[in-house]
Design a protein around this ligand. Structure first.
Ligand SMILES: Cc1cc2nc3c(=O)[nH]c(=O)nc-3n(C[C@H](O)[C@H](O)[C@H](O)COP(=O)(O)OP(=O)(O)OC[C@H]3O[C@@H](n4cnc5c(N)ncnc54)[C@H](O)[C@@H]3O)c2cc1C
Length: 463
């Protein structure tokens, strides 16, 4: 029997795990948080190079994050949520600036795209009425065909940012798009003033204040079961006793690696085996030399040179579509700097199959072409940079252990696997990016709260 036991071990310090740990500790439970990386945050991460601080996944989230931080973290953290000033689209079909709100999109769709206002209103009404328990058979393709048949340009405006944000395609259930898009459309796109490093510092303080024991560089291995229920988990090779485990690791890895097939029933394993992982990402990080600057060009730029919107094309290693996130000195008033992050959706296999030399060459090409593409928006940028670096799906896999470097968890079916886990193994819960709806900063954090409430009920029954 392990010497020290906890009520709950949270495996993984991504936003789902961190939020669950905080809620459980506030509820009076003894919580151990184990994160394999030396830093908390998971995909919601940052890194320092010289005097630059680069944000990995802080491009924008819906206003709902303010309420989530206020309720489950602190008032101070929620005060850091600020709206981004402008979102820009530039592609062969249209170039425009928007606040990314329903009102602004409606005007654009009517005035610039020539749509009938009633059609646009009906589309929004249908989205707003969608919820998780609805019919899931309608796809995004069918939804768009119903309101905007033959209008690839309209679909591009409505869907391309969501494809970038969570890997959605036209074949996904329309409710996943409807829920995520409506969250953004309610009030626009928001960011965290002070950057990801500031948010994670405040989260760590809050967790420690609430009594969470945090172990970084601490990898969870096998789960030990006693009569079908969790009794311990291996952390860096040592067994640690616990009444429950909440895994924030990839849901498929949780089933197959942490627990093992033999402990699940056939029906559940079929479900787990058919779960598709979402795609991965590439990024190029660019830092400006001290003393250099540029004018405001927007905070988020969805750019593409591809003639039409094709979600599958966005994954290609021959990149035509990039999202540029631009961080001006005011995002970190204490540490003023200009940084730009170009993000591209990507396929893991395109990168994993390269030889070491080809991999380095392709990374260099990614940097070169991304800086080149940015010249259109910031002329002379290549001469102003003092740092560039690229991340690929292999980088995401290395730092988060996500299978295939999945950036946005799983496709829709993964949500069922995640939610049914405690029915299979007593005391084993999961929270983190699954099912598209629960992905992103807001989705992952809110899912952490939902899972924490389930753990709390389980522990109360056990007491
Ligand atoms: C390039 C990119 C840009 C993005 N941009 C945005 C954006 O602008 N807005 C937005 O809302 N979302 C964005 N996202 C998505 C968002 O960051 C994620 O959906 C969210 O952070 C995922 O949180 P999570 O709880 O699922 O945990 P994850 O971030 O997946 O973290 C899981 C954690 O578990 C740890 N772990 C795994 N296995 C183990 C183990 N065995 N033992 C211990 N620890 C383990 C990992 O190291 C990791 O820290 C972006 C993602 C990417 C990749």
């Amino acid at each position: 029997m392990p010497e020290k036991t906890y009520d709950i071990v949270v495996v993984g310090g991504g936003l789902g795990g961190l939020t669950a740990a905080n809620v459980l500790a506030r509820g009076g439970h003894r919580v151990l948080l184990a994160e394999q990386h030396f830093q908390l945050g998971g995909l919601a991460s940052y890194f320092r190079r010289g005097r630059h601080i680069f944000d990995v996944a802080l491009h924008g989230f819906p206003i709902g994050m303010k309420k989530t931080l206020r309720k489950y973290w602190s008032h101070e953290m929620s005060e850091h949520i600020v709206q981004v000033k402008s979102v820009r689209f530039d592609n062969p079909q249209f170039s425009l600036d928007t606040t990314f709100t329903k009102e602004d999109f409606t005007e654009i769709l009517v005035d610039r795209f020539g749509l009938v206002r009633e059609t646009v209103d009906s589309f929004y009404n249908e989205l707003e009425g969608m919820n998780y328990y609805d019919d899931r058979s309608m796809t995004n393709r069918e939804l768009f065909d119903k309101y905007f048949p033959g209008r690839n340009d309209v679909v591009r405006l409505l869907m391309e940012p969501i494809t970038y944000a969570n890997g959605s395609t036209l074949d996904e259930p329309a409710i996943t798009y409807g829920i995520v898009f409506s969250n953004f459309m309610s009030k626009g796109v928001y960011t965290f003033l002070g950057g990801t490093d500031c948010m994670l510092r405040l989260m760590r303080q809050e967790l420690a204040g609430n009594g969470v024991e945090i172990r970084t560089s601490c990898r969870a291995g096998k789960v030990t079961l006693d009569k079908g229920a969790v009794s311990a988990v291996e952390l860096n090779g040592e067994n640690v006793g616990c009444k429950a485990i909440l895994s924030n690791a990839n849901v498929v890895s949780t089933v197959y690696d942490m627990v093992g097939e033999k402990h699940f029933d056939r029906g559940f394993l079929d479900l787990a085996a058919s779960t598709r992982l979402n795609n991965s990402s590439c990024q190029v990080y660019m830092g400006l030399r001290r003393g250099e600057s540029f004018d405001h060009i927007g905070d988020l730029l969805f750019t593409s040179t591809h003639p039409v919107f094709e979600p599958e094309r966005i994954l290609s290693k021959d990149v035509t579509s990039r999202t540029f996130s631009v961080y001006y000195p005011d995002i970190r008033p204490e540490h003023p700097d200009y940084t730009i992050v170009a993000s591209m959706n990507a396929n893991y296999d395109d990168w994993a199959s390269l030889s070491k030399e080809a991999y380095e060459e392709e990374k260099a090409r990614l940097v070169r072409e991304s800086v080149g593409a940015l010249e259109k928006y910031i002329p002379g940028i290549s001469g102003k940079l003092d740092y560039t670096e690229a991340a690929t799906p292999l980088t995401f896999e290395r730092y988060t252990l996500h299978r295939l470097g999945a950036s946005f968890g799983t496709k829709f079916e993964g949500l069922d696997v995640s939610m049914k886990l405690p029915e299979q193994i007593g005391g084993l819960f999961h929270a983190g990016s699954v099912g598209i709806i629960m992905s992103g900063w807001l989705g992952a954090a809110n899912y952490g709260v939902i899972a924490a409430n389930q753990v709390d009920k389980y522990l109360s029954k056990k007491a």
